[in-house]
Ligand binder design. Sequence first.
Ligand code: ATP
Ligand code: MG
Length: 437
Amino acid sequence: MAGVPVAPIDLIARALAPDAIGRTVTVRGWVVRSRSSGGILFLRMRDRSGAVQVTAKKDALGEAAFRAAEAVQIEGAIRVHGTVSEDPRAPEKREIKAIAIEVVDAGQPFPIFKDQTEEFLLDNRHLTIRSTEHVATFRVKAAVLRALRAFLERENVLEMTPPILTGNAAEGGSEAFTFDYFGRPGYLSQTAQLYLEAMLAPHERVFAVTPSFRAEKSRTPRHLTEYTHLEVELAWCDLDGLLAFTERMLVSVLHDVATTMAPELTLVGRDPAELLAITPPFPRVEYGDAVERLAGEGFPVKWGDDLGSTEERALTLTAKQPTFLLHFPTELKAFYMLRTPGDSRTVQAADVLAPEGFGEIVGASCREGDIGHLTERLQAIGANVNEYAWYFDLRRHGNVPHAGFGLGVERLVRWITRREHIRDTTPFPRTPSRHTP
Ligand code: ATP
Ligand code: MG
């Protein structure tokens, strides 16, 4: 269109830069708001770098171009050529005075607006994820993944690509999604851990970021049926080393994200200072002591019971720092966890519970080396021991003390961004009632 130069394109952030007043820019993006009165069009538009107000006068644009710009719907796409000037009333104290507006896609009326039901919004998730809160949350999630990888790189932990389709129901199978793999049972991976353990002997320190699948029937605000699983496996590592590593990683990620994502965090209601205040060492609480405390507070729990969302919430509601919960009963935990020396009733495992009631974000443990113990535990949970023959081989050929953990990325992001429900930490949440859009 006449008047809009083809190149170069500026980011909106450039129009918001301190020295941009008086500059002529060409920006492109999506219309967030639009109002027209008395021959002036007031738009708000966004691109990946920010949002800005645009004003266009009929006189400046010409009758036909003004009409076309006026007709652009919310979420329609435009290109604007104009001059940056100050406007004390605009949220950014800036506006672009349009010289020309090119309509890229005028769009149809946008179906998402205020006060619609949660179901409607989830049915239209492909459109609702454009909201400022979702945008901020997913930017934070990307920063979390970036910070995790940066930390692991600094610690010389190597990224691996374990399979997602598998013939092993790693955790026993009760929560595994099964499918027909050319006539044999196949499972969607619940954890990459067994494969990461196999990759330890050559690499010593490995990690993977993969989707994990859990056919969780329980509808809680912290369970998805598909989630992003960061798993780390470390050779020559004992419980103390494992806790220190986990703590170091979480603090590094929280501080990194608090620093780089301050505006996004503030937008979703998290004060970055709260994340910067998290420092090692995290308090360590024995499972047995936690059960006693809960029983004392009137919870119907006794030694041997699993602690669910409600109990974890009670344990962490007033906490400001994450907590390590240690030494769970053997029967509650996965078959591969190492028995505590001198106490076969418990395993050398630690969950990290996020503060403010958010609860478990990491499950960590030392790994069992004894094939007899592994077999016993697999039989106890009714697993097909034959499926684990290859895993037992790892104990026959240079097994060394090793340990590792799994972190639910969406759980971590939920805490960081203070989302009520875990579904709002992932663009297309999978829950028992929904796998579309
Ligand atoms: P929970 O008791 O909350 O169901 P879990 O003990 O089954 O958790 P693990 O098997 O230890 O969890 O998995 C490692 C990590 O993966 C957990 O600490 C959590 O952060 C995350 N996670 C587990 N299940 C889910 C899920 N259904 N949705 C999202 N994240 C999950
Ligand atoms: Mg579970």
